[in-house]
Design a protein around this ligand. Structure first.
Ligand code: COA
Length: 277
């Protein structure tokens, strides 16, 4: 199935990898109200599209995303409360409500400029890979605004608090290598290897038991805000739920292959999945 949008491109590979590409390269993929509406719709489609097993979010051209579109998101809606409200709702919805809770693994591939509001989708993704020379910046302080939406909340959760404060109040840019060193992205690679390295990671995830990956990522996210007792109870319930959810019965199958058939050891490779189940 093909998806057509005005401001984003959806590309689907045969191996379960789907690309969501912000596609306003002449505006460095700054996020307009239309882009927010397009992304929102696309994520509803892809969440329920069996062809999408892993989602990579990136940008066309030189930028990952230059943040909110200062002309179309901010200035054009200053005196249009309904349009501003809708744009802000869509903006929050796709980047946080949809993306951070997406039922399949998500990877942000930071190919270039990543500024301001773009940190929300960066951090919403489960994993992130950057080009060594990608340029990140919490530039809001230069615009007389704060890292709003939920950018401040996100950066202080994803970064060491000293780093988050330093980059928020100075607005200093930093590169992909520095982002990796601070743990804001998983790793950085030379620009000419970025697509291949990101695809390698995506394919690794696409090859895993989807229900188990989903419940694992939901569990890891959810327990952060819980006490130890709540986490133990939640994870026990989540484990039980997975037994029902996992149509390929990965637990039983992996044990059979390890204990009885002796054909799988986790340190030496995945258990042999039967995709047809
Ligand atoms: N909102 C609106 N338009 C933007 C934009 C944004 N956030 N970021 C870039 N653009 C537009 C520019 O206005 C320019 O439009 P024009 O061709 O109509 O003049 C076009 O994108 C290209 O930008 P330009 O600055 O010429 O490209 P560059 O490659 O030299 O620099 C950036 C790229 C990202 C470093 C620079 O555009 C920039 O600093 N943008 C602002 C980023 C930011 O602070 N975002 C957070 C907003 S809260």
């Amino acid at each position: 199935m093909g998806y057509e949008y005005e401001t984003i491109k959806i590309q689907q590979e045969d191996d379960g990898v789907t690309w969501l590409i912000l596609n306003r390269p002449d505006k460095r993929n700054a996020m307009s109200p239309q882009l927010h509406a397009d992304c929102n719709d696309a994520l509803y489609n892809l969440a329920t599209d069996a062809k999408c097993r892993v989602l990579i979010v990136t940008g066309a051209g030189e930028a990952f995303c230059a943040g909110q579109d200062l002309r179309l998101f901010f200035r054009a809606t200053d005196n249009a409360p309904r349009e501003r409200f809708e744009a802000a709702e869509n903006s929050h919805h796709w980047r946080w409500m949809r993306l951070s809770k997406f039922p399949k693994p998500t990877i942000a591939m930071v190919n270039g400029f990543c500024f301001g509001g773009a940190f929300t989708q960066l951090i919403a993704c489960d994993l992130a890979v950057a080009a060594d020379d990608a340029v990140f910046g919490l530039s809001e302080v230069n615009w007389g605004i704060i890292p709003g939406g939920i950018v401040s909340w996100n950066v202080v959760n994803a970064m060491n608090s000293r780093d988050a404060m330093f980059y928020a109040i100075t607005g200093d840019p930093f590169d992909g290598k520095k982002a990796a060193q601070m743990g804001l992205v998983n790793y950085s690679v030379p620009k000419n290897e970025l697509t291949e390295e990101t695809l390698k990671l995506a394919r690794k995830l696409a090859a895993k038991n989807p229900a188990t990956v989903r419940y694992t990522k939901e569990g890891v996210r959810a327990v952060r805000g819980m006490s130890e007792a709540q986490a133990a109870d939640y994870l026990a319930a989540k484990s039980d739920a997975l037994r029902f959810r996992d149509s390929e019965k990965g637990r039983e199958e992996a044990m059979k292959q390890f204990l009885d058939e002796k054909k799988f050891r986790p340190g030496l490779g995945n258990y042999v999945r039967d995709d047809a189940k």
